[in-house]
Write a protein that binds this ligand. Structure first.
Ligand SMILES: [Ca+2]
Ligand SMILES: [Ca+2]
Ligand SMILES: [Ca+2]
Ligand SMILES: [Ca+2]
Length: 181
């Protein structure tokens, strides 16, 4: 079972992907994410095609696993059911945390130093429509050793805590911004 805290955090994560805020994660939400990432990197042509293809694959995998009623969208109930199964399975959970860490680094580590700096973190919030004024506070929470960079190890730890921790005071709970009451 997902705890109350996990349900709130995963609902917040759902809202991050449901960019148009219509209560369903669909192909069109992923297309908007791709477009935002494309603009951030200023890429087009073949690179943009590769980016779009990567997100199509990600969406297809998510849909195959989570769209139980087959209506080509993932509603919140399907999303939470998907995460309950994933978090109960250590191998799937580890793969999700690794995948999230790699995606965040590959998309937002613009200067390619292997870590997320403050302005790269603001980009991340901007792309997902999260309040950018919060980025600075959340960045400081996730930068565990306060050296001004969120390394892949810090990001992976944040992912682990975000998905599984039931400690309401854990800083990484707010990886995707504040979650609802
Ligand atoms: Ca949507
Ligand atoms: Ca569905
Ligand atoms: Ca960087
Ligand atoms: Ca750090």
């Amino acid at each position: 079972m997902l705890s109350d805290l996990q349900t709130k955090k995963l609902t917040r994560y759902f809202q991050v992907y449901d960019i148009d805020d219509d209560g369903r994660i669909e192909a069109s939400d992923f297309e908007r994410i791709v477009e935002n990432v494309r603009l951030l990197h200023g890429i087009d042509g073949e690179d943009a095609d590769g980016l779009a293809a990567a997100y199509r694959t990600l969406w297809a995998r998510l849909r195959a696993a989570a769209d139980v009623d087959g209506d080509r969208g993932i509603d919140l109930d399907e999303w939470l059911a998907y995460w309950q199964l994933t978090l109960e399975d250590d191998a799937r959970y580890a793969a999700e945390v690794d995948g999230l860490t790699e995606r965040l680094l590959s998309v937002f580590d613009l200067d390619e130093d292997g870590a997320i700096g403050p302005s790269e973190f603001s980009d991340f919030y901007g792309i997902f429509g999260l309040p950018v004024r919060l980025a600075e506070t959340v960045f400081a929470e996730l930068d565990a050793d306060a050296d001004g960079r969120i390394t892949s190890a810090e990001l992976r730890e944040a992912g682990r805590v975000f998905f599984r921790s039931d400690d309401p005071t854990a800083p990484a709970n707010v990886l995707f911004g504040p979650y609802g009451a």
